[in-house]
Ligand binder design. Structure first.
Ligand code: CUK
Ligand code: CUA
Ligand code: CA
Length: 643
């Protein structure tokens, strides 16, 4: 393992930090970083020494190789990136257990094919899906008492500004909401309590930041970026309806929420409000924008809002100009260095940390001081900054171990830096002997997100850390030009970080969370009554005709469908309903219709339906697509379409 880098711990730190701020050559800097890491690959920074240390280490995350039949200690919920789904991993093994489709059709489960899933995804007037691509980045779960409560998870789609909710009892997406009047919906974070009612100590809101500013209304005509706007959106965690939005200056990137429910924040990299990247990085400092949730909701209640276009969502004014008086302000813009990236809440509930990205620094903002600012007791919100220390090049995201340490990814340095937050605060206050950097570990390569077990909860346990490396280069067998990404697992239970494992993943997950397995109690069999179309008895099945409209009702029980064949006429508008009457755990059937582009599954006691026009005459063997029985291959029925 590489020695701890001493260069950031000297007294000349402050000077270096300023000198190493990236200027307008930063873009060149990014590509230089990528080349530099090829050299590191050759030297094998985490070579055999690291692996044998990992084997010997034993603590924390424990063995990454579980014995057959052994279960993982943690669930990981991973964003699926371009596949528009959520991936469920077991950790520390890193095994992918399932994928939950959200924004994009999925042939395994029939997502985007059944009427039920299409309703969640949203359709056009002709019944086809409104969108078929997505780009998910961030996934977070609902809280109670500062820890995950196993009710819901949420995930964003950056392309089409949609937020999806996943029910964690069945591991299915049950609602998708498209946010009005925004583009590039990026950061997402559930609240952890209500700002006013102490009885509500659980998630009732989800905050969504829009990264791209757009003209409002979105019409062509101005090149002046200061006329473009971004909105910060609050979605109701239960109804999934948009509650309110805040008009802001600059943009939103990532999002964080406080444990008391009073504050949410988003980091901003485009306070310049530029429309070209040179403009977006012209200023030396940008901001971390705080939202006073209680005041925003009072303003909405008092009718102090506008609406935009067709949207009825109330939009309050959070711009700098309208929020100069701290005592009534809805927002506070805390100045942080150049194009910051993530903002993360420490598990002791005291701080938000912004990573510098184009500045080699981490900025620690004390939440109690932000609240003091809103009470008029602090002359500037910038006074809430209690540390701004150099960490290394290209800091992006920060995780925590619950023992006072933060772990920040350094994209350009290809490292994770472990640093002590209280020591950094001392250093910032003038105690230059405070050694805040605890350890550095080379990762392979160019890390973006990272997260530790239970990191963003009060129950952060400091056992394992996963790091999403954007480049895998030489770490896996080559598979053509598109390399997988490398999710690395690190043991953080000791003073030194120890690299435990590499796992290839298909691009590009970005973000994930890791939590204890006993926080989830998934159900494995549905209740028949959960589905309004459920067919409760095979005797109720058959073909029911009303002119051209035909309903086909079928049930499945291994190894047969209730109908051996069913007859249709060419041109029929068919809705086929299938209930799986098998009530045994893990007994799933599928239903595929050749040439009709239909394939879906029904889990135990689940009902699903598909609608199609019987436009091709002939005999079509509908077959079970999920191996269920020794007679699985024989589990078929004939769809006979008469000309
Ligand atoms: S962003 Cu991807 S590495 Cu979309 Cu969360 Cu930072
Ligand atoms: Cu039923 Cu295979
Ligand atoms: Ca900027």
């Amino acid at each position: 393992m590489k020695d701890v880098d001493k260069k950031n711990e000297g007294e000349e730190l402050g000077v270096m930090a300023r000198r190493r701020f990236m200027n307008s050559a930063a873009l060149a800097g990014l590509s230089i970083g990528a080349i530099a890491c090829t050299d590191k690959a050759a030297t094998g920074a985490a070579g055999p020494a690291a692996s044998s240390a990992a084997v010997a280490h034993g603590g924390g995350g424990g063995a990454v190789h579980l014995k057959p039949g052994e279960l993982d200690t943690y669930y990981g919920l991973w964003s699926g990136g371009h596949t528009g789904d959520m991936r469920v991993l077991g950790l520390p093994s890193g095994r992918e257990i399932t994928r939950i489709p959200c924004f994009v059709p999925d042939a395994l489960v029939g997502w985007g094919i059944t009427n039920e899933s299409k309703k969640v995804m949203g359709t056009k007037a002709d019944g086809s899906l409104k969108y078929t691509v997505a780009d998910t980045h961030h996934t977070h779960a609902s809280y109670k008492d500062g820890n995950y409560d196993g009710r819901y998870a949420w995930i964003n789609d950056k392309i089409n500004s949609r937020i999806a909710r996943i029910r964690l009892d069945y591991f299915v997406c049950d609602k998708i909401t498209e946010l009005p009047n925004v583009q590039g919906f990026h950061g997402i974070f559930p609240d952890k309590a209500d700002p006013v009612d102490p009885k509500i100590n659980y998630t009732t809101r989800v905050f969504c930041g829009a990264e791209f500013s757009i003209p409002l209304p979105n019409t062509v005509g101005t090149e002046d970026g200061t006329k473009y706007h971004s909105l910060f959106t609050c979605v109701d965690a239960e109804s999934m309806e948009v509650r309110w939005q805040v008009l802001i200056d600059g943009n939103c990137d990532l999002t964080a929420t406080s444990y008391d429910g009073k504050l949410a924040a988003t980091n901003q990299y485009n306070t310049e409000m530029g429309v070209h990247y040179e403009d977006m990085m012209s200023a030396e400092r940008d901001a971390c924008l705080f939202f006073n949730i209680a005041r925003i909701e009072e303003a909405v209640k008092a009718g102090k809002f506008k609406t935009y276009g067709d949207s009825k969502v109330p939009v309050v004014d959070g711009t700098r100009e309208s929020n100069k008086d701290a005592k009534t302000a809805l927002t506070a813009y805390v100045s942080v260095p150049k194009n910051p990236h993530g903002v993360n809440a420490s598990p002791d509930a005291k701080y938000f940390i912004c990573a510098g990205k184009l500045s080699p620094t981490g900025t620690v903002i004390e939440l109690a001081k932000v609240l003091e600012y809103f009470e008029g007791k602090l002359e500037s919100p910038d006074k809430a900054i209690v540390a701004e220390v150099e960490l290394g090049l290209g800091p992006l995201h920060t995780a925590f171990d619950g023992r006072g340490n933060a772990y920040t990814t350094l994209f350009l340095d290809s490292q994770v830096v472990k640093w002590n937050v209280e020591a950094a605060i001392k250093f910032h206050a003038g105690d230059k002997s405070a050694k805040y950097v605890v350890d550095r570990l080379d990762v392979q390569y160019q890390p973006g997100h990272l997260n530790a077990s239970q990191s963003e909860t009060r129950a952060a346990d400091g056992k394992i850390l996963a790091v999403g490396c954007k480049f895998s280069k030489d770490r896996f067998l080559p598979v053509g030009p598109l390399h997988p990404e490398n999710e690395q697992l690190i043991d953080i239970s000791g003073e030194k970080m120890v690299l435990l494992a590499d796992h290839p993943v298909r691009g590009e997950p970005h973000d994930f969370i890791i939590f204890k397995r006993d926080l989830l109690k998934p159900k494995q069999v549905y209740a028949l009554d959960d589905f309004p179309l459920a067919i409760k008895d095979p005797k109720e099945t058959g073909v029911f005709r009303n002119g051209k409209k035909v309903t086909v009702k079928i049930t499945s029980q291994a190894p047969a469908f209730s109908l051996r064949e069913f007859k249709l006429k060419k041109g029929d508008e068919v809705t086929l309903i299938l209930t799986n009457l098998d009530k045994i755990e893990d007994l799933t059937h599928g239903f595929a219709i050749p040439k009709y582009n239909v394939n879906f599954i029904v889990n135990p006691l689940e009902t699903a339906s598909v609608s199609f026009i019987a436009d091709k005459p002939g005999v079509f063997w509908c077959y079970c697509t999920h191996f269920c029985h020794a007679l699985h291959l024989e589990m078929r029925t004939r769809m006979i379409v008469e000309a």
